[in-house]
Every structure is written in structure tokens, then in C-alpha cells.
Design a protein around this ligand. Structure first.
Ligand SMILES: Cc1ncc(C[n+]2csc(CCOP(=O)(O)OP(=O)(O)O)c2C)c(N)n1
Ligand SMILES: [Mg+2]
Length: 582
């Protein structure tokens, strides 16, 4: 007679075979057989007990973003399952693989409106690309294998509901399938040579070219920089792509629209030709990002994206790196142009503006000096898990990222509360790298209960809360659209105490003078394996709205311009138009 093992032990062996090391969740009756199996398999896979299933699902999604590997979370029948939503939608929107396991009442109790028995699969129909209920015990590992393979291949969310009794049923020990060793990455797609030639011809004719590099250019940032220098095209990027480029790259325009740099918005408004590579920039059409652009060339390895965000004159279906290197090989070096020089000067002017804010040592504590401290104290290969709010915008402006860093956030779904769960996931994987979470006071409060999770699993990390006592990002948008500001102020919370109460070290930073003391102690604590929180009580102010600049002399009066400059300390800001006309 062959050996028998529990259904869920077999299921875990299948999951383990795909290289999964951590499963995030909270136990419940409908998960008892899974938790039983996790105890039996604890030498091979970790159960990371979180304090809110949303934190677990966000950690799973952020794990996939930091590592490129599938993240796994569990939610118990009913309320535990529905708590997973934000993390799963985050994964769906950002195209990363996540497996969500849902508990369920035993099959014998199905369909009778039993306690917590919810008809779950329909609720996950929209978020999931694979969404099934296991039909019998022996099928449990098979369905999991199918789910993981699908999630990994299509980079999305797989949902598997498991009636709890299946997990205890005995199945043959060798009856757990795994297709993990058969998995192969898609080969890089070769672009059509004639499309490359058409792109080269358009770019050689361009008077004002811009390269727009999305996250499809990850890993080939240097090639983008080199092509930009060769054809005298400054480089705009998608916000999430900052760690693909060197902050010091002189042609870096930054990102466009609101979570953005000024030079990118100005350059895209004046450009005649855009080479749009590996991006799904959602604001393109609605915000008129490319409305003045005459020629648009798009490179993407997904047919679904070609022509989605702006109508291209030339489309190149293929791998970004291959397409860019072929263009780079074929294209003639352009001489220095006024266009390129004006953009270089504009970028320099913007960086000087940002540095002036960061290095200012007078007055109240502002977010800028906190970033300056992070830049000074962080390791050069630090990982940053960044929450959603002004903190997303200010991180892309003031963190001096390079390809050695990694930063991840909730990109397209943009859910608040992802910062801390992301840091937990990052530290579990990258034990030897420094991990930071950066959040606003609104976003941090959404999952602050999970500081104790970082403490419990000994995940030394630094968590910076930018406390402006506002839902700042929304307050700023109300300033532009509403008659009054309403519902956005926050009652002050002592986040240091909240962290200390969970076993972490907590600091409250209130003045510029205290910065070095607090940050050097925080690094000492970190090096002593502590979890550290810095609650930075910063001035409540709007960072400069680069999507609504009041700087153009043709559009605004001198008084309006001066008021705008005074409000944002931008006395020395110039415009690209001025530089082009100089
Ligand atoms: C879960 C969720 N709820 C609401 C929003 C809308 N929203 C976007 S940013 C933001 C405010 C963020 O406030 P805070 O974390 O304090 O950061 P700040 O902008 O003040 O730096 C809100 C409410 C969201 N993105 N996600
Ligand atoms: Mg805030």
C-alpha cells in the first residue's frame, strides 16, 4: 500500500515546488486543514501570520513586484476572503502573479446558507484570471498547479477555493503534480526589421524627439540613456521606472502628469516625435499628454497595448531591449540641437530647485529634508516600499534612485496601505538589504496593525511616516476642483507610540535640527535588528503642482507667476519655452 498524506500537505508540496517560501494570512475554522498542513510542512514553507488579510494580500502582491515570483495569500470563508480584495486588485492592475487560497465550509455543508458560507467564486470573477473551487480531495494539488501555472504565465491573480474537509482527506503521497520544472519564460520577441527602419526614418527627421520609457525598459535603462544621448532626445519615464535610471542622468525628464517632474510635462507639450517604449501610461489621452505630438512610435511586446494610449504612426511589436538596440545600431548620431540643450538646461534647473528644497536648513520641518536624510542614510541598494498619496509623488522627485535601488508601489490600482506590507514582503526575501517603507499618515494608518508582524518575524526595517495631518493628495485635488476643502484633515496620531506598543522602536521627528540624531539612532537600531518607525511631523503643504504650472508668460500675468513662484519657493524656476526661445 502506498503512503498517504493529507490533501493539504500534498497541496503545499505542489505550491513549494514552484519556489514559494511564504504564505500570508490569518487562520480560521475554514482554513484549519491548511493550517494543520502548514504546521507539518513548516520546514519547507512559512506561514506568515498577518493581522489583517488585506495586509497579507498586499504583501503577496508586493512580493511579486519586488521579486518577480508568485506571491501567495489566504483568506478564510466569507470575511477573510473579502478582506483580500485590495491586494488582489493591486496584483491584477500591475500584472503580477498572485495565488489567493480561499477557505470554505466542508462540502457536506455546502449550499445551505451555512455560517460564513459565501458563494465566493462569483465575487472574484473580475479580479481573477483563474477562479475555481476544488471538486474533490485528490484534485487539490492538481488545481493548485493549474492555478499557479496560469497566474505565472498570464501574470495575474489565481483564486482557489478549498472546502476544509478536503485538506484532511488522505491521498497517495506521490499524487501531487507539479509542472514547475516545465515552466519556461517566453522567448524575447524579435521585432520586424521594416518597422525598425520606419522608426529610424521618423526619428532621424524629428526636430524635437522625446523617448518615453515605461517599465518594459526595466533592465535596459543604460541603453535608453545611450540612445537618448545619440539622437539628442531627452527621456521621459513612467513613475514606477525611476529605479531603472540614474538620478544623475542629465537627460532624465522624469515622469509626466501629476505624480511627475516639471521637465517631462514641458518637454512632452513641445515635442514633435515620441518614441513610446514598453508603457501603458494611463493618463496619455485623457490628459492630452501627446496632443501636440506629430509623430508617435510605439514599441511593445504585447499586441494588446499597441495603439491603446495614443495612435502610433509606427508600431514595433517586440522586446524593448532588442528593438532599442536595433534602432541604436541603425540610427545616425544627431548633432547637439537647441531642443536637446534647452531640455538639459531645464532638467538642471529643476534639479537645482529640488536640491534647494532638500538642503534648506531653515524654518519648520518639511518633507524635503526628510528625503534628504533618507538619501544620506540609506544604503545604495536599499529597497523602498512606497505608499499611495503625496508620498508617491514626492518619492519620485526626492529619492535619488539608481538601478541599484528597487522601489515598488501600488501603480495602477493605487491603493493606500501597501507600504508596510510591501516592506514586510521585501525584507522576507532580501535579508541582506536595507528595507524602508515610506507612507503618508493616511496610508500608514490603513495597515499599521502589521508593524507587529515585522517585529514577530524579525524583519528589521525602517518605516517613515510623513505626517502632515491631511489626506494631502486629495486635499490638493480639491483645491483644483471643489468649492471648499472638506473631509481631508486628519486628527494627529502618535505613530511612534503605536509602533512601540507593537514592539518596534518609535521616533517622532519634529524639527530640522533633530534629523541627524533621529536618523543615526534609527540606523543603529536597524543594525541591531530592530524594526524602527520615524513619525516625521512635517509641514502641511502642497508640493509644486507640475500638472498646473503658472509660469508661462504668454498665459499668465507677472503677478500670477510671481505668486506661484513665491508659494512654491520656485523663484529660480525657468520654463522650457523660455529656454527654447533664448
Ligand atoms: C484605499 C484607498 N482609499 C482612498 C484612496 C484615495 N486617495 C489617494 S491618495 C489619498 C490620500 C493619502 O493621504 P496620506 O496617506 O496621508 O498621504 P499624503 O497625500 O497626505 O502625503 C487618498 C485618500 C486610495 N488611493 N486608496
Ligand atoms: Mg497625509
Amino acid at each position: 500500500m502506498s503512503n498517504k498524506i493529507d490533501g493539504w500537505v500534498a497541496g503545499l508540496k505542489t505550491i513549494e515546488s514552484w519556489g514559494v517560501e511564504n504564505i500570508y494570512g490569518i487562520p480560521a475554522g475554514s482554513l484549519n486543514s491548511l493550517i494543520d498542513a502548514l504546521e507539518k510542512e513548516k520546514e519547507h514553507i512559512n506561514f506568515i501570520q498577518v493581522r489583517h488579510e488585506e495586509a497579507g494580500a498586499l504583501a503577496a502582491s508586493m512580493h511579486a513586484k519586488f521579486t518577480g515570483k508568485i506571491g501567495v495569500c489566504v483568506g478564510s470563508a466569507g470575511p477573510g476572503a473579502t478582506h483580500l480584495y485590495n491586494g488582489l486588485y493591486d496584483a491584477k492592475f500591475d500584472n503580477v502573479p498572485v495565488l489567493a487560497i480561499l477557505g470554505q465550509r466542508p462540502l457536506s455543508e455546502a449550499n445551505m446558507d451555512m455560517f460564513q458560507e459565501m458563494n465566493q467564486n462569483p465575487l472574484f470573477a473580475d479580479v481573477a484570471i483563474y477562479n475555481r473551487k476544488v471538486a474533490y480531495a485528490e484534485q487539490l494539488p492538481k488545481v493548485l498547479d493549474e492555478a499557479i501555472r496560469t497566474a505565472v504565465a498570464y501574470r495575474g491573480v489565481a483564486v482557489v477555493e478549498v472546502p476544509v474537509n478536503f485538506g484532511w482527506e488522505k491521498i497517495d503521497a506521490d499524487k501531487w503534480p507539479s509542472s514547475a520544472s516545465s515552466y519556461r519564460k517566453l522567448p524575447k520577441m524579435l521585432p520586424d526589421v521594416s518597422d525598425i527602419d520606419k522608426a529610424v526614418a521618423l526619428l532621424e527627421k524629428a526636430k524635437r524627439p522625446v523617448i518615453y520609457a515605461g517599465k518594459g525598459t526595466r533592465g535596459c535603462g543604460e541603453l535608453v540613456e545611450a540612445l537618448g544621448r545619440k539622437i539628442k532626445a531627452p527621456v521621459a519615464i513612467t513613475g514606477i521606472n525611476f529605479d531603472n535610471f540614474n538620478y544623475d542622468y542629465e537627460g532624465l525628464l522624469g515622469s509626466a502628469f501629476r505624480v511627475a517632474w516639471k521637465p517631462a510635462n514641458e518637454a512632452l507639450a513641445e515635442a514633435d516625435t515620441v518614441l513610446f517604449v514598453g508603457s501603458n501610461f494611463p493618463f496619455s489621452e485623457e490628459k492630452g499628454t501627446f496632443s501636440n505630438v506629430k509623430h508617435f512610435i510605439q514599441i511593445d511586446n504585447n499586441q494588446k497595448n499597441l495603439g491603446k494610449r495614443h495612435h502610433p504612426d509606427v508600431t514595433i511589436l517586440g522586446d524593448a531591449e532588442i528593438a532599442l538596440s536595433k534602432i541604436n545600431e541603425k540610427i545616425a548620431e544627431a548633432p547637439l540641437t537647441e531642443w536637446y540643450q534647452a531640455n538639459l538646461d531645464n532638467i538642471k534647473n529643476w534639479k537645482e530647485y529640488m536640491h534647494q528644497l532638500e538642503k534648506n536648513t531653515e524654518g519648520d520641518l518639511r518633507l524635503y529634508q526628510v528625503y534628504d536624510a533618507i538619501n544620506r542614510y540609506a544604503d545604495e541598494d536599499a529597497l523602498y516600499s512606497v505608499d499611495v498619496g503625496d508620498v508617491t509623488q514626492t518619492s519620485i522627485r526626492h529619492l535619488h534612485m539608481t538601478p541599484k535601488n528597487t522601489w515598488r508601489t501600488s501603480e495602477l490600482f493605487a491603493t493606500m496601505g501597501n507600504g508596510l506590507p510591501g516592506a514586510i514582503a521585501a525584507k522576507l526575501e532580501f535579508k541582506n538589504r536595507q528595507v524602508w517603507s515610506l507612507s503618508g499618515d493616511g496610508g500608514f494608518a490603513m495597515n499599521m496593525q502589521d508593524i507587529v508582524t515585522a517585529v514577530r518575524y524579525n524583519l528589521p526595517s525602517i518605516h517613515v511616516v510623513f505626517s502632515n495631518q491631511q489626506f494631502g493628495f486629495i486635499r490638493d485635488s480639491q483645491l483644483d476642483t471643489n468649492d471648499a476643502i472638506f473631509g481631508v484633515d486628519l486628527t494627529d496620531v502618535d505613530f511612534a507610540k503605536i509602533s512601540e506598543a507593537q514592539g518596534a522602536v518609535g521616533y517622532t521627528l519634529r524639527t530640522i535640527e533633530e534629523i541627524d540624531n533621529v536618523f543615526s539612532k534609527a540606523i543603529e537600531d536597524l543594525n541591531a535588528s530592530r524594526v524602527v518607525l520615524i513619525d516625521a511631523k512635517i509641514m502641511d503643504e502642497r508640493p509644486i503642482p507640475v500638472e498646473n504650472l503658472i509660469l508661462d508668460k504668454e498665459l499668465y500675468s507677472e503677478t500670477e507667476i510671481n505668486d506661484f513662484k513665491a508659494l512654491y519657493n520656485g523663484e529660480n524656476l525657468v520654463t522650457l519655452k523660455e529656454l527654447l526661445n533664448a
